[in-house]
Structures are given as C-alpha cells and as structure tokens.
Design a protein. Sequence first.
Length: 432
Amino acid sequence: MHSFHYRNGQLCCEGVPLQSLADQYGSPLYVYSAATVRDHFVRLDASLSGVDHLICYATKANSNLAILNLLAKLGSGFDIVSAGELYRVKQAGGDPGKCTFAGVGKTRAEIEFALAEGIYCFNAESEAEVRFISEIAADLGVTAPVALRVNPNVDAHTHKYISTGKSENKFGIDFALIREAYQRAASLPHVRIRGLQMHIGSQLTSVQPFLEAVEKVAPLAADLKRDYGIDFWSIGGGIGIVYQQSLESGRPDWWTAPETGVPPLTIEAYATSLLPTLRAIGLRILLEPGRFLVGNAGVLLTRVVYEKRGTAKTFKIVDAGMNDLIRPALYQGHHEVVPLLEPTPGAPLETVDVVGPVCESGDFFAQDRAVPPLAAGDCLALMSSGAYGFVMASNYNSRPLPAEVLVDGSEAHLVRRRQDFSDLIAGEMIPA
Ligand SMILES: *Cc1c(COP(=O)(O)O)cnc(C)c1O
C-alpha cells in the first residue's frame, strides 16, 4: 500500500495535505509516510512467519534517523554498508547486535568500529577481506562473526547499474569458488563462520530470478550448515516496487496497478514461492529489503518556477534538481508527476519535460511525459522517492540539501531541517 491520495481536491500524505507542507517548509521537500513504512514492514514480517527470520533493513535506501528509529521500534535489524551507517543506526536507537555489514571495501577503521559495537555479522565479499577481518580481530583479541557473500551468477533482469548477482559484477565470491573460500576462511583463527549471504540486484519485478538464485544456492546452504554449523542464510534484498502508473486511473494506487500490464511483484507471491525451499534448509533466514520498505513511502515535492515553450519541447522548470533526486539521471528511474491540487476532471494533458535548474542536460525528472496542467507556482509530487532519494542528494551547484518531513496520521514532523548557506561552506578553509 501507500498513503498518498487526493482528498477534497488535495493530494494528502495520510491525513496531511502536501500543499500545506510545501507552504510551511518550502520546496524542494521530501515527505515520508510512517504508516506506509510500518505497513510494508509488518506485511513482509508476517509473510515470513513460517520460518525463523530477521529483517535487516538496507539502511542505504533511506538513512534518516526518524526512519531508522521507526524501523528499530518495529524490531528491525539493519544491513549497513559503512561505519557511518552503523553510527546512524546507533543514534536512531537500533541494535548493533542485529546489524549485518555488507560492502566490498570495508576499511580497518570500519571493521574495528563494527567489532567494538558487536555487530551480528560481517558479510564478506572477498577472501582478502576475510583475512583482513581475522587479522584485525586478532589485534583486538576477539573473534569476528563472518558470512561470505556468494555471487550465484543469476541474471536479475534489472537495470545494469543495480544488477549485482552476475559473475562480471564486483560483488561477492564466484559460485564456483565459494566452497574453497569457506574452507580457507574456517581455518582462520579469529573468524567464526556464522552464515551465508547473497544479493542479486535491486528493483526485481518478478519472483523468477529470486527463485532461481535460492534454488541454486540452497544445496550450498545445507552443506555449510552441516560442515560449519552456520546459523543463517541471508537472501538479500531487491524486492521491486511499482513506479509507473497510468494517469487515466485518476486515483493512483501503486500497489494494485493492473493497467500497467506487468503484475507487480507482491510480497505474498515472493514469500509463497521461496518459503518451501527456505524452510527445508532449517536456517535462520535474513532479508535485506531497502526499496520495498521505503520507496513508495516517500515523495519529493517541488514547485514549478518557469515554463518555457521551445520549438521542439515544452519545459516545466522546477525548483528540485538532479542533486536532490538523481534516480532519473543515474538509472533512468521513473517517477510519476502528480499535481498537489487535483486537476479538474477532463483537463487536457500536456506533453512536457519536467527539468531542474542544474547545469546538466541529465537534470530532468520526466521527458516527453503527458502531465495535467501545471502553471508556474504550482507544486507537484515526484512519487515513489522514498528510497535512493535524499540519501543520494548532493550539494552540486552549491544547492542546500532539502528538508525532510515525516507524516504520521494527521501529524507532520520536521525530521531534517533544510540546509542554509553556512552549511554549504562548513568545514572549508582558505589557506592563510
Ligand atoms: C542495496 C542492498 C540491499 C537493498 O536492496 P533493495 O533493492 O533496496 O532492497 C540489500 N543488500 C545489499 C547487500 C545491498 O547492497
């Protein structure tokens, strides 16, 4: 589900009209729905109730403290990819003992910090990394819990920049080499083999690649349980969400979208098809969803500053830029453009480009898109911006980072203030 609907002519997040937030906090502005995040977490958790499991939210998708705190209160663990994310999880009240640490390039300082905090497990991506973790653990006089990430060489059928489970990707250890890698890792004195991990990619819209990977890796998981007594098998994240919605439906509902022709991957279908294989292994199952939990829970509000009609195109120039939301430029990501004030029924659509103010031709949110009438001064929502949105924002073009608001029922909480000019130069120095 998601919680963005027109009510009395206003696009609302739960009980709060978004226009009132744009007026109060300015634009561009990220707005998140607490109810949506809770609903997605609870549904995913329930769908796995037939098996011992732990959801480790992929912190990198949206690491605002308020979002992390909300998930920590629901009992979520966290998948982190840096020491900075572990620091955030702690600050938000999360439990380091429920944290897994992923990533191909963990540094000594990061490994030391994670060992000191007592994380659940390192998900190591190379043999060199396992040896390094063992050395550092030896220096500190501790034993490090380690899982190896296997690269199952399965095609996730997603954008090439977010595909991670093929042999040519930098992630994990080749399926053909993984057993020897476990043997050598198990012989290291300061390593305890605790689990097995995989993650084949992001924004998967069919259960087929997940099923293929799980079935391919299941015999390995069973053998590792027998040979090394591992506790868990993490099957990664990657559950896709619906970004695209035909405008004719009037009341966009990103979860049921039958008219897109591509049935969205439902969490129920995901769980039903994977559970029999997972249950048979008898290991604790870890999941690392990022986008699924927060993607449809967030929008980026922006205001039309100018309209420009050229000979080839009409541009709606808005006050958000690629520095605020880079998904269209980076991944050809699609975000629905929805006016905050409900268009009059039957108002003709206009084919336009929605572009930002940044000095790059890649700075666009929609190209040749049929949208309802939008005049200068009107606000619109770029839908489904809750994942890989704010976290990838930068100060490029010396643009202060936008504010973030969390809506819970009829209340709106500012969860990050907008940056001001002094933030732009904080930490910089001119040599004397
Ligand atoms: C990014 C990432 C995830 C989350 O991916 P989503 O598509 O957001 O669910 C999970 N695990 C690892 C190791 C990742 O790098």
